[in-house]
Design a protein around this ligand. Sequence first.
Ligand code: SF4
Length: 369
Amino acid sequence: MINLLDLEPAALDAFFAERGEKPFRARQVSRWVHQRFVDDVGAMTDIARPLRERLAAEAGIRGPRVLRDTTASDGTRKWLLDAGKGNAVEAVYIPEDDRGTLCISSQAGCALDCAFCSTGKQGFNRNLETGEIVGQLWHANRTLLMDGIRAPWVEAGRAPITNVVMMGMGEPLANFDHVVPALRLFLDDNAYGLSRRRVTLSTSGLVPWIDRLRDECPVALAVSLHAPTDALRDGLVPINRRHPLAELMAACRRYLDKAPRDFITFEYVMLDGVNDQPTHAHELVRLVRDVPCKINLIPFNPFPGSEFGTSPRERIRAFARTLQDAGIVATIRKTRGEDIDAACGQLAGQVQDRVKRRLAARIPLAVAR
Ligand code: SF4
């Protein structure tokens, strides 16, 4: 049975064309699924009954199965979703005054093994299918609406989720073939209709795939940097050994040719005594000198078994000031959902610890076109 959440716009068009139906049927069904969030073909009341019955025989709408649903005192809400065979992934809703952001996962686990990351510690399990990625957004919108969410844009007829960040579990560019169709649905006017500026993909730096994303589906780009030199980054973000910083910075500059925003966001997790010294701040200034960017400093959120500590608040502020004094836009991320372990991978890691599989076995070396 086909899951309609799996079909990107072109695939849904093809589905109806193969059955001799007019293209507008695809648009009609897309709006029922991705804008009205129905879970039953029978509910699509403006589609003639015979077609509905044929459609129901072949296709359905299968959203994620929720294992746990937790809301923090600050309103951050985390869904732990079944990914089969004892695996789980997380989607995190972050409410703010002027937007509703959903942080989406792209893989169950991750092979990249970043030293400070809870997801990396679980090893890689599998890539999520397009429908499982889209299903997170579908589920969040549907659930928040059913719960009667109050927000000005919802009262004006828009969906609760206004912004998507692909920053959950997994390296999205390592699951390119399922992530890009999902992005196309996020952007499509007959689906979620988000602007490219409101969809951010975060990567640890898979350079060939950054280029491919620029060519095929440019959205706002965030890069998990975390260190200003190759010597330090090689230890924190092991993919750096394959794609060192000079290569990564060049890819960022190329990306900006087609990016919907005129800057790259660099994420930099502040690890006590590791990457948070004044020399690191000055090295970072030199590194990003030629890349229009914003730098987001992230206080480290420790998890059981992590070897790192959180940088003291004053050191983070001093680091930010050094960047700002050099003319760089630098912000310190507010920590959200601390009482529900909302940092990437923390809850899923409690469900099942997986054996790590090594980096080299999992990361494609070249881009297949
Ligand atoms: S930080 Fe991202 S890329 Fe690195 S191990 Fe964690 S999920 Fe994977």
